[in-house]
Ligand binder design. Structure first.
Ligand SMILES: Nc1ncnc2c1ncn2[C@@H]1O[C@H](COP(=O)(O)OP(=O)(O)O)[C@@H](O)[C@H]1O
Ligand SMILES: O=P(O)(O)OC[C@H](O)[C@H](O)CO
Length: 516
């Protein structure tokens, strides 16, 4: 008897973890499998990832899912893929990689960003893309490679993003999606490439590298026989190219529900803060920062500010503690340390220590862009202990979140959150206090894979519109509102005033520290 085709498989290729997740057509997650992602960092600020290894890891995740779900191949009606955004994944003749990908964490394009952002044409580029130039983006990285790594450009036929590379391996088709196109090389109003933006980036002569744009809610391509053999899925299964993971995660976690737009933050390695809006409601800031990222819903985009690093700050402090313990023969893994965060937070009295969470080697990108920005504690005295540092870092993530929303206009009346750190009660309370608004955590475990799979659900006609799909996949998963305590709001408001003063005042010191 023929097996019912009742599942959608979503792939989310994150910076830390590659995931493959099976959902029913109505949005129930039935299984997931993951593989740790690997990338390499260099002293020159490079952060690179092997393209071949990424595809191999994707097939391993899909095979892992196949081991958990009976008859997965026969039951899969569609596959959808999203991934970490930005970065540059160059492909040459025969669909072979040209070197390793430059990830969004790669800092090498910093001098090119400074040069381009200072040019008169950058204003027009920002008006079109709605996106401040930073080192993460492919536009800046390609412009940098064009001057400093001509061999890479000479060997390249197509410049892709991570999900595009996986889509190429799954389907044999070179393409990209409307979200990465419009915030990198295009216009968020048209969701297409824009010649003036290419000119502002000095990339008109490299137009040949940019792939065709397809919308995964409308177009899919069949899984190739080769990809089927590698992944264990069935050749011919429709594959849908999702949008970038930032907006897929937000879609899955509740950036829109019941036909209304909302605010949603993902607090993972990076901190992404999004507000869904009609295109006409987008307000671009004078500092030219943030992103405007299209949602797979006509005329609806997300206005975004994103911190370069969120939980990498916490992990840094926790790993420091683990390293010290290790020197005394006490084995503590990062996971063990993460499990104690709420305890340490509770042990420390609410105080006046500030932490600015700019621990990334690439500096900060939201709400301000400065590749030289570095983290700092302020307000320490000899009375402070490790739990006080943990509290300061958690509260620093709350401050950075407020800083980002403040740069987008009025603070949102409710915040929906996802990402690993949403598991922490102390972080949830901190975010609520920092914004003076209730937070709601989606019970959806894999929001990014869900967001991409929702696009596939619309593409195959399981739902007429994305709002219909949201009603089944997102709204029922939204948890109860957790309200801030009034006293905490007052304290965070006071600390935020100091946080803002310090971050503005310290910038000249970053320049001195960065000078060689
Ligand atoms: N219970 C917890 N308390 C505090 N932080 C946590 C907790 N669980 C996870 N985290 C943080 O979340 C991070 C992982 O977030 P995740 O969203 O999975 O990462 P990524 O963005 O790389 O996909 C961990 O490295 C850790 O810092
Ligand atoms: O890999 P994650 O942390 O889920 O997502 C990374 C973002 O896409 C990146 O920050 C874009 O610049």
């Amino acid at each position: 008897m023929a097996e019912t085709m009742d599942l959608i498989v979503g792939i989310d290729a994150g910076t830390s973890v590659m995931k493959a997740v099976a959902f029913t057509l109505a949005g129930r997650q039935i299984a997931s499998a993951s593989v740790r992602n690997t990338y390499t960092t260099g002293d020159d600020g490079s952060v690179t990832q092997s393209l071949d290894q990424t595809w191999l890891d994707c097939t391993r995740a899909l095979r892992g899912l196949g081991e958990k779900v009976d008859n997965l191949a026969a039951r899969t009606t569609a596959i959808a893929v999203t991934a970490q955004g930005d970065g540059t994944w160059l492909v040459g003749a025969g669909n072979r990689p040209v070197g390793d990908a430059w990830l969004w964490l790669d800092a090498r394009a910093a001098p090119t960003v400074e040069r381009l952002a200072a040019s008169e044409a950058d204003r027009q580029r920002f008006e079109a893309t709605g996106t401040g130039l930073n080192t993460c983006q492919q536009g800046a990285q390609l412009a940098h490679m064009d001057r400093h790594c001509p061999d890479l450009i000479a060997g390249a036929e197509t410049a892709m993003h991570c999900k595009d590379w996986l889509y190429l391996n799954l389907t044999g088709v070179r393409a990209t999606d409307p979200s990465e196109v419009s915030f990198t090389f295009g216009n968020f109003r048209t969701r297409r490439y824009d010649g003036d933006v290419l000119a502002a980036l000095g990339l008109t002569h490299l137009r040949r590298l940019l792939p065709e744009v397809i919308d995964g809610t409308e177009i899919s391509h069949p899984l190739t026989a080769e990809a089927a053999a590698a992944s264990g899925l069935k050749a011919g299964t429709p594959v849908c190219l999702g949008y970038v993971d930032m907006c897929m995660t937000a879609l899955g976690a509740g950036v829109r529900s019941e036909g209304r737009n909302a605010a949603c933050s993902a607090i993972g390695s990076t901190g992404v803060h999004l507000q869904a809006k009609a295109v006409a409601d987008v307000v671009l800031n004078a500092e030219r920062t943030g992103y405007v990222i299209a949602l797979p819903i006509p005329d609806i985009v997300t206005q975004v500010q994103t911190n370069m690093g969120a939980t990498i700050n916490l992990d840094w402090l926790l790993q420091l503690g683990a390293d010290l313990l290790g020197e005394f023969g006490v084995a503590a893994s990062l996971t063990d340390m993460i499990g104690r965060v709420d305890q340490w937070f509770a042990m420390s009295k609410p105080g006046n220590v500030l932490y600015h969470p700019y621990i990334s080697e690439a500096g900060e990108r939201g709400p301000f862009v400065n590749a030289r920005a570095r983290a700092n504690f302020t307000g320490l005295s000899s009375r402070h202990r490790y739990p006080d540092l943990v509290r300061a870092v958690v509260e620093g993530l709350g401050m950075a979140t407020r800083d980002c929303y403040a740069a987008m206009g009025a603070l949102p009346p409710e915040l929906r959150i996802s990402g690993g750190a949403a598991r922490s009660a102390s972080l949830r309370g901190t975010l609520a206090a920092a914004l003076g608004a209730p937070v709601r955590v989606s019970t959806r475990e894999e929001a990014g894979a869900a967001g991409a799979s929702m696009m596939a659900a619309v593409a195959i006609g399981a739902y007429r519109t994305m709002d219909d799909c949201i009603a089944d996949w997102v709204t029922p998963e939204l948890g109860e509102a957790e309200r801030p305590k009034p006293g905490d709001i007052d304290r965070m408001t006071r600390l935020f005033a100091a946080y803002s003063e310090v971050r503005r005042g310290i910038a000249p010191a970053w320049d001195i520290l960065a000078a060689r």
